[in-house]
Design a protein around this ligand. Structure first.
Ligand SMILES: Nc1ncnc2c1ncn2[C@@H]1O[C@H](COP(=O)(O)OP(=O)(O)OP(=O)(O)O)[C@@H](O)[C@H]1O
Length: 250
């Protein structure tokens, strides 16, 4: 059997509801992602996007089915799979620099690669804020710090759980551009959960559309507009219309 880089096979996740009855959160999900690919997952609130991402990361386990990355079954989280949360998940009591270097220090020890930390501070435009605390920087800077903290560990897969979701429109576009450049330059396989159709079209090569109750895959849409993408191009608008249509028929 030929496995893709990431293979999600027949996964189902159940939880107990308030009446102690089993409730299917996601049902029999199948899809695959090739190495270096960018996939977005979109769908209405509560359709199980975060649940699916947590199953891929190993933070959670499915009742049925399995997830494999590079042929290995995922059973727990691992530094080879980065996870960026909507609120960044930074340590508020550590500086920006320390937040970026902590994981690296845990892996490499006391003599961790300080030049690499400096490099990420530069490419994320965080110079002069190394000693600031997360509460002292903008939302965009905090998300760039969260991205740096994950990417510095050179994960083979980066999972992005609405990292731009809480940002204002200008900052969001800025962080989207950074994500695009990081993906293009590092060739890291990325999976992005988002509510934002335009964000999915701007960044990804495949868009997985989910429907709720229970969460299922409605369709995986190919998105092969040339990069860098223009949000006002005719093909971009066509793609947006197509996705809006798919999302409106549940
Ligand atoms: N620990 C839990 N206990 C009970 N129900 C849960 C739990 N976690 C998630 N759910 C339910 O599972 C469903 C899917 O949740 P999930 O957060 O994965 O959806 P989502 O698509 O990411 O939502 P959103 O877009 O609003 O973030 C929701 O209906 C949610 O209420």
């Amino acid at each position: 059997m030929n496995l893709a880089f990431l293979d999600v096979k027949n996964i189902t996740r159940e939880l107990l509801n308030n009446n102690n009855k089993k409730l299917k959160i996601i049902d029999n999900i199948n899809f695959s992602v090739e190495k270096g690919e960018f996939l977005s997952i979109i769908g209405p609130s509560g359709c199980g996007k975060t649940t699916l991402l947590r199953l891929i990361s190993g933070l959670d386990r499915p009742e049925e089915g399995q997830v494999t990355v590079a042929g290995e079954r995922i059973v727990k989280p691992d530094v080879s799979r980065g996870y960026v949360f909507q609120n960044g998940g930074l340590y508020p009591w550590e500086t920006i620099e320390k937040n970026i270097s902590l994981g690296l220090e845990a892996v490499q020890g006391r003599n961790f690669d300080r030049n690499l930390v400096k490099h990420f501070i530069e490419i994320m435009g965080l110079q002069n804020f190394e000693n600031a605390y997360p509460s002292q920087v903008s939302g965009g800077m905090a998300q760039r710090t969260a991205l740096a903290r994950s990417l510095i560990l050179q994960p083979q897969l980066l999972l992005l759980d609405e990292p731009m979701g809480a940002l204002d429109a200008f900052t969001r576009a800025d962080v989207q551009n950074i994500v695009f450049k990081l993906w293009r330059d590092t060739k890291t396989t990325m999976i992005l959960v988002t509510h934002d159709i335009d964000e999915a079209i701007y960044l990804s090569q495949k868009i997985l559309v989910m429907t709720p109750h229970p969460g299922r895959v409605k369709e995986v849409v190919k998105n092969d507009l040339p990069f860098p993408r223009k949000r006002d191009s005719t093909n971009f608008l066509k793609q947006r219309r197509k996705l809006q249509e798919i999302l409106s028929f549940e």
